[in-house]
Design a protein around this ligand. Structure first.
Ligand SMILES: NC(=O)c1ccc[n+]([C@@H]2O[C@H](COP(=O)([O-])OP(=O)(O)OC[C@H]3O[C@@H](n4cnc5c(N)ncnc54)[C@H](O)[C@@H]3O)[C@@H](O)[C@H]2O)c1
Length: 349
């Protein structure tokens, strides 16, 4: 099989994971990079040109660099544009990928407004360009195991759940992106989007309505709302109580996702693992064995493997842009619910 050739667009925090993951995949290569920041661009180009093996004998990669996707796509043959850029103002990148006939793998969220995301999906469909969104948390072993546990019927059908994610996220750290510091709803667009996608994926259900409140605690470093509290109704009548924050006031992370089913519960106590289940009268949780996992890398590897396999077979891509719109509709509905102090019905596309 000939390698799938990627142009990496945006060379910030997230691209570091993708560069390693693509390099590790036997059937993938990065052939081009686009980044407006000259320091970041030259760092990556110099790194690619540096000898790799201990004896310095490994040939240097012929990596094409430029400040914009359009420019790089004109200079190198490629198959996929991998967007690791902030979600704001991706119009030019989507347009350039469509014009060059490149498939798109866009980091979540596809855009920072529902209208823009819908426009990107329609533009890609019209251009006949497949569009996938990087929802790596679906590929965690714990997520796959939780989904199987709920689908195999052992503890019956899920009826309600509590999902809590409490994190002190220091957005000023150099290893993290800083643009969320000035977003209107950083928690919802940047983080809850993963959680909403996980709920849909694990329960195989779609959002129906939501009552939400977003706010910002006094000590938050974010200009926009770092807190989200929501009561979410999904299809099949599943009710989820959700609390998410980037301004939890302890540096230790709090994560718990407890699903109440007809005969017992499923309990995930860590975002990367620690899954168990119990029937109503069990004295203790029964732990679900999970494989060793390298956080952030193995989930991206799983996503890439699935993407490449389907892309190479010409099958529909995983986590399609159109599917992602359902999660973005829930984000958008949370914002409207909080602004209007109202319950919002979520239209199905
Ligand atoms: N899936 C995950 O778990 C995960 C984790 C972190 C970030 N992300 C997502 O990855 C995306 C990027 O985040 P990040 O942390 O790398 O942000 P970042 O700010 O660290 O890096 C973004 C880079 O894109 C560059 N850029 C901006 N406009 C560009 C353009 N038009 N063309 C080319 N490059 C451009 C910026 O100069 C910057 O170097 C966001 O959508 C974010 O939500 C996903």
């Amino acid at each position: 099989m000939s390698p799938v050739r990627f142009i990496l667009v945006g060379l910030g925090a997230r691209s570091r994971i993708w560069r390693r993951v693509i390099a590790d995949h036997p059937d993938c290569e990065v052939v081009g990079v686009a980044e407006p920041d000259p320091h970041r661009l030259h760092h990556v180009l110099d790194d690619a040109a540096a000898p790799k093996g201990g004896d310095g004998s490994t040939p240097a990669a012929d990596l094409i660099g430029g400040t914009r996707l359009e420019e790089v796509a004109a200079e190198v043959e490629a198959d996929v544009a991998l967007l690791c850029t902030p979600p704001t103002r991706r119009e030019e990148q989507i347009g350039a990928a469509c014009a060059a006939g490149l498939a798109i793998l866009a980091e979540k969220p596809l855009a920072d407004s529902l209208a823009s995301a819908e426009a990107h999906v329609v533009e890609a469909e019209r251009a006949g360009v497949p569009l996938a969104v990087g929802l790596n948390f679906r590929y965690l072993a714990v997520t796959q195991a939780l989904r199987r546990l709920l689908l195999d019927g052992r503890i019956g059908r899920p009826e309600f759940a509590r999902f809590t994610y409490e994190r002190w996220r220091d957005g000023r750290q150099p290893r993290l992106n800083s643009y969320p510091l000035t977003m209107a709803h950083p928690m919802l667009w940047e983080q809850s989007i993963h959680h909403f996608d996980l709920m849909r994926f694990v329960y195989d259900a779609e959002p129906v309505r939501v009552t939400a409140r977003t706010f910002n605690p006094s000590w938050s470093m974010y200009e926009g709302h770092a807190n989200v509290a929501a009561l979410i109704t999904l299809t099949d009548g599943i009710e989820v109580t959700y609390q998410g924050t980037w301004a939890g006031n302890w540096q230790e992370m709090g994560f718990e996702w407890r699903t109440e089913c007809e005969r017992g519960i499923a309990l995930q106590r860590h975002m990367f693992g620690d899954l168990g289940w119990a029937e109503r009268d069990d004295p203790e949780i029964r732990s679900v064995p999970l494989p060793e996992h390298e956080p952030w890398f193995d989930d991206a590897r799983g996503l890439l493997a699935d993407f490449v396999e389907r892309f190479s077979d010409g099958r529909p891509l995983p986590c399609s842009g159109r599917d992602h719109l359902q999660s973005l509709r829930l984000v958008d509905a949370c914002i409207r619910s909080s602004e209007r102090h109202a319950t919002i019905e979520i239209a199905r596309a």
